[in-house]
Design a protein around this ligand. Structure first.
Ligand SMILES: Cc1cc2nc3c(=O)[nH]c(=O)nc-3n(C[C@H](O)[C@H](O)[C@H](O)COP(=O)(O)OP(=O)(O)OC[C@H]3O[C@@H](n4cnc5c(N)ncnc54)[C@H](O)[C@@H]3O)c2cc1C
Ligand code: FES
Length: 278
């Protein structure tokens, strides 16, 4: 059983959970994730490993309440156990000494960018980070990323921190200043990844995105997470979750991501009734 050693609310509906998981902590590399369940009969939830300590045997996951499964997870407290936890899953981030690296993250996408920014810096790159959120209180992990990056720029939609606007506006500001980058990593909601990667690719920057399709088994067997990259079918759980943005068929990716929308809305409504009635 993997106990919750610590639980912090980072922002409204966004929690950091520290789980006891010595084997996963020892094996994990940046870019990898776990699949867990909050209850024995619950949904499988893929979550990036945001941080880990091999010495102390824990991993940190950061979860945003999206639907029924994440709502149940957010109800667990320090000392409770997570019944199922599998990982580390997925391919680690490809690391190299690229030169000037740009990381762009929106919303809870900041959680997967954090270990990648750490690793890019440790590999000897100059690291510029752009973080975006709806408002200042949702701009998570800003100090943690700032401790590793050479430069952190922020954007909020309401203007409560950094530039008023979107992460793409900050990127365009940098491009207008003539700033060049050798590699970009873009992580966040699918439409944001699509929009930002179109801009970076247009500037000739090789760009990686971390895809978040529906995942079920996480082993490459169920086909739930299939995505079309360079005209080939890939499984994000075993071939990804990171892919070169240039080859992604965004239309089919977004269509599949939204195919269970009505079902998800119904289960979310049922779960919130259950949670508010206890
Ligand atoms: C590799 C990977 C890493 C992820 N890392 C994180 C993370 O670090 N922190 C985090 O908060 N979330 C992360 N996610 C997204 C997270 O898994 C989903 O938000 C979660 O599974 C939703 O489950 P649910 O039962 O609460 O909601 P559901 O009822 O299943 O869905 C509710 C809403 O969430 C959306 N959703 C469902 N599945 C996903 C998904 N896989 N990705 C994005 N949106 C989804 C649906 O479209 C719907 O609008 C990751 C997803 C993947 C594939
Ligand atoms: S989640 Fe089943 S194949 Fe990837």
């Amino acid at each position: 059983m993997n106990r919750i050693l610590r639980k912090d609310e980072l922002a409204p509906d966004i929690f950091r959970m520290r789980l006891s998981a010595p084997l996963i902590a020892a094996g994990r590399r940046p870019g990898q994730f776990v699949i867990l369940r909050a209850t024995r009969d619950g949904e499988r939830i893929p979550l990036t490993i945001a941080d880990a300590s091999v010495e102390e045997g824990w991993i940190d996951v950061i979860v945003q309440v999206a639907g029924a499964g994440t709502m149940r997870l957010a109800c667990l407290r320090q000392g409770d156990a997570v019944p199922d936890l599998v990982g580390p899953l997925g391919q680690p981030t490809r690391l190299g000494r690229y030169g000037r690296c740009l990381g762009v993250a929106g919303g809870v996408g900041i959680a997967p960018l954090y270990p990648i920014a750490q690793a890019l810096k440790a590999a000897g790159n100059h690291v510029t980070i752009i973080l975006g959120a709806r408002s200042r209180d949702r701009l998570i992990l800003r100090p943690e990323i700032g401790a590793w990056a050479d430069e952190v720029l922020t954007a909020t939609e309401d203007g409560s921190a950094g530039r008023k606007g979107l992460v793409s506006d900050v990127f365009l500001d940098l491009a207008r200043q003539g700033r060049a980058f050798d590699r970009a990593v873009v992580i966040g909601p699918a439409p944001m990844m699509r929009a930002v990667s179109e801009l970076t690719i247009r500037q000739g920057i090789p760009t990686i995105v971390s895809l978040n399709p529906i995942m079920i088994d996480g082993t490459g067997l169920c086909g739930g997470c299939r995505v079309e990259v360079d005209g080939q079918m890939k499984f994000a759980c075993v071939d990804g979750p990171e892919f070169e943005a240039e080859g992604i068929d965004w239309e089919s990716f977004l269509r599949r991501l939204h195919s269970y929308r009505d079902f998800e809305r119904r289960t979310r409504e049922m779960e919130s009734c259950r949670l508010t009635s206890v």
